[in-house]
Design a protein around this ligand. Structure first.
Ligand SMILES: [Zn+2]
Length: 204
């Protein structure tokens, strides 16, 4: 369990926010995603895969914002499939203190898709994910989507790895917030001179 050996003394983070998946078109591989990719490959091998995808490329995706990673692994290759299963078991296991899905939460993951199944913070369990209706059954790669805190390396895995956390852009706070919080963020943005035009541009 190589990932679980990464400083277990850090507190486990809350689950990532399940909704409001995409907030804009950023086209930058986010630091938490890069660090997660590197630590997974160091422990389990496999290819580099892809993070950023053009925003014109198909359905909405966290790849448009550099906060999803595709790990190239084959579900029909027993050696590769067993490595994926080992990682997924590690991500979803309780930690030594019994905190559920500890590494998944510490990494700031929102959902993952592998071999016709999806595990998300919404369901907190595996559900069927097949093609059709979805474009890909994910039998040749694992898809990892991150909430913004994980993508920006703000959650505890990245602190333990020594990855510098990035500040949350105002537009992201706005998109992730709801109700009075969203209104407050807009007010703050206006007061601090961040034009609404910039917020709108972010959301395109
Ligand atoms: Zn993907």
């Amino acid at each position: 369990m190589p990932l679980q050996r990464i400083d277990p003394s850090f507190p486990v983070d809350d689950y990532a926010v399940p909704e409001k998946a995409r907030t804009g078109c950023v086209q930058t591989a986010q630091p938490g995603v890069l660090a997660f990719r590197d630590v997974v490959r160091a422990a389990y091998g496999g290819g580099v895969g892809g993070i950023v995808r053009p925003c014109t490329d198909g359905a909405e995706s966290e790849h448009f914002e550099g906060r999803a990673w595709d790990w190239p692994m084959s579900a029909t290759d027993p050696a590769e499939a067993s490595r994926v299963e080992a990682l997924l078991a590690e991500l979803l296991a309780p930690d030594a203190r019994g905190q559920a899905h500890a590494m998944f939460r510490r990494a700031g993951l929102r959902y993952l898709i592998w071999n016709r199944r999806l595990w998300s913070v919404r369901n907190k369990n595996w559900v069927a994910y097949d093609s059709p209706p979805h474009p890909s059954p994910h039998t040749d790669h694992v898809h990892f989507s991150f909430g913004w805190p994980g993508a920006l390396a703000q959650t505890s895995l990245y602190a333990a790895l020594g990855v510098k956390a990035e500040r949350t852009p105002v537009a992201v706070e706005l998109a992730e917030a709801t109700g009075p919080v969203a209104v407050a963020v807009v007010a703050l943005a206006v007061m601090s001179g961040v034009g609404l035009g910039m917020l709108v541009a972010w959301r395109l």
